[in-house]
Design a protein around this ligand. Structure first.
Ligand code: FES
Length: 574
């Protein structure tokens, strides 16, 4: 019997092992009692409903070829496809469901290692969380960004330019005809968003963790190098199985610190912070929300990519991708951390320099500090996140009266109401949109600036919510306020006209209301009545943790370092 996990299923001369071998024969793989060929799962999340993940399908033959050439046996299995745009209320509601699906696939089938095929935002952390809880050798393969569209001769960044155009359209700065023409330009093919949105951010974050082939996470979908990466991913997973290189050996606390530094330096998505906290929580990686400010020290945003910068992910890839970014940050990174290819980052980045100025130096950055700040105070006792690199500098220290919206529908109904008592100095507050609230914490945090103010030339305001925002969004948006309003967080106690003070430099976010008044509001507070939920949303709502803990389900986290996270099945007659 070989050391392979799958040999539990296939070795032996009884009727159970025989029937398992027969199943493999019936799908085209001859397995004998002494099989030493690793069975490699390919977790395919492609779907016609998800244009970001759809191209993953076309890379499967190359991945299989790599697996076979390296001596493995590929088996493809489907997993849930989390598409950001069409799934409601939010793909985030299903991230943990995907993680459970992947973990249970790996637990229940004779699989020795897995290649995860994911691309759109939540598919990447969702599938990775499942695989690392299973702790089988894992390679993440993403499909890359979609081609660049053009509008009137100018390249369009997915998401970011849509939000800009929507703002212009509401302010009547562009005509209805232009708006329609813009829609016609947006369809530019398959793949993920081509800005430094969540998809690109999480793809690089996983590469930094050592679980994607170095240098491949942001190769665009239509670049021939993507097929080469697919083949090499297949080859590498077999080597990982043979050398028993499991995720727990790569996911050290230093690897998580490096991944967070990457997010700071690339101007990554705020969503990626939630995912990184969740991944860390699965393996006792030690990352906390409180450590994020510290991990930005000495760093600057050096990736000149939308929404913090001006270019697109294609330019970033041409400049050298993640290895070039790490090379330009030097020893701020813990370069001795290992990657799945058995090389450290120090070995990988040696001699690399960016080939164009989309990747700047720390001395000539596009933003002079790390991309994010965590703030906390009486309005966010467990913290909140702001992407300072995409915010307005003059609003990072601001005090203003609150204008409160009780949920998304209320905000959409009233934001453009001419009677709304609001000025450019008001602070927009959106509550009841957190992980438990909707449930699923949709990307509603970039509350639109009221039409009347846009027409008067206002482009940004301080906005505060327990929601998330798209990685392609921008503005002075304080997000992920924890605890959220529907579980009793102070955000639910704010009333119109209350003064709110944001001070990023001191890391504070406070509600300037007397403590006695807050106590009396608390005493009268009632949780909003939730719609009757059933099935997955009900389970999610009962167990989801707050944003500062990554919005994982409480029962999916190991309770202690020594707890065995993954219980293998008893292999016998089914
Ligand atoms: Fe899927 Fe952006 S919507 S990657």
């Amino acid at each position: 019997m070989s050391n392979l996990r799958s040999s539990e299923w296939f070795s032996g001369d009884d009727e159970v092992a025989l029937s398992h071998r027969v199943v493999m024969a019936s799908i085209g793989h001859e397995i004998d009692v002494n099989n030493s060929k690793p069975i490699i799962g390919i977790a395919d999340s492609s779907s016609d409903l998800n244009p970001c993940n759809l191209p993953l399908r076309s890379f499967i033959p190359e991945i299989e070829r790599g697996i076979i050439e390296a001596g493995g046996i590929p088996v493809v299995f489907p997993v849930m496809s989390l598409g950001e745009d069409l799934m409601k209320p939010s793909a985030m509601l299903y991230r943990n469901m995907l993680s459970m699906e992947v973990e249970e696939y790996l637990r229940s089938y004779p699989i020795d290692g897995v290649v995860l095929l994911a691309n759109c935002d939540k598919s990447v952390p969702g599938s990775l969380m499942g695989a690392i809880s299973a702790d089988l050798p894992t390679v993440m393969f993403t499909a890359g960004a979609r081609p660049v569209a053009e509008f009137r001769g100018k390249p369009i960044g997915t998401g970011t330019d849509l939000w800009r155009m929507w703002s212009d359209y509401r302010a009547k700065k562009i005509s209805e005809e232009q708006w329609k023409e813009f829609e016609g330009c947006l369809n530019c093919g398959l793949g993920s968003c081509n800005t430094m949105g969540t998809a690109s951010s999480v793809a690089m974050m996983v590469e930094a963790l050592g679980l994607t082939l170095p240098g491949t996470s942001v190769i665009p979908e239509n670049d021939p190098a993507r097929s080469v990466a697919a083949f090499n991913s297949g080859r590498e997973i077999v080597k990982m199985v043979n050398s028993e290189l499991t995720p727990s050996k790569l996911l050290t606390p230093a690897a998580f610190r490096n991944a967070m530094r990457v997010l700071h330096a690339c101007g990554g998505s705020t969503n990626a912070i939630i995912h990184l906290l969740a991944i860390s929580g699965r393996v006792e990686g030690g990352l906390t929300l409180g450590a994020i400010n510290e991990l930005g020290k000495g760093l600057s945003v050096i990736a000149d990519v939308e929404p913090s910068g001006a270019k697109l992910i294609q330019d970033f890839n041409k400049a050298g991708g993640l290895p070039a970014l790490i090379a330009n940050c030097g020893e701020i990174f813990e370069l001795d951390e290992q990657t799945l290819i058995g090389k450290s980052w120090r070995e990988i980045v040696k001699g690399i320099t960016p080939t164009n100025n989309t990747i700047r130096t720390l001395q000539d950055p596009i933003y002079p500090s790390g991309a994010f700040a965590v703030v906390a105070g009486t309005l966010a006792p467990s913290g909140a996140v702001i992407k300072v690199s995409a915010a307005s500098k003059e609003l990072l220290s601001h005090t203003g009266p609150a204008v409160v919206f009780h949920g998304y529908a209320d905000m959409r109904n009233r934001i453009d109401d001419p009677e709304l008592n609001i000025t450019k100095d008001s602070v927009l507050v959106l509550r009841d949109c957190g992980p438990v609230g909707v449930p699923g914490m949709p990307e509603w945090g970039m509350i639109p600036v009221p039409k009347r103010l846009i027409e008067a030339g206002v482009t940004d305001m301080v906005r505060i919510s327990d929601a998330r925002m798209s990685g392609t969004s921008f503005g002075t948006c304080v997000l992920h306020v924890a605890p959220e309003s529907v579980v009793g967080g102070p955000l639910g106690l704010v009333q119109d006209g209350d003064l709110i003070k944001l001070d990023v430099a001191s890391g504070t976010l406070d509600l300037l209301v007397d403590a006695s008044e807050i106590e009396s509001r608390k005493a009268n507070w009632q949780a909003p009545i939730s719609e009757h939920l059933r099935g997955w949303p009900a389970l999610y709502q009962a167990h989801v943790m707050q944003a500062d803990l990554g919005c994982d389900l409480d029962f999916l986290r190991p309770k202690s370092k020594t707890e065995r996270k993954f219980v293998p099945p008893v292999v016998g007659r089914s």
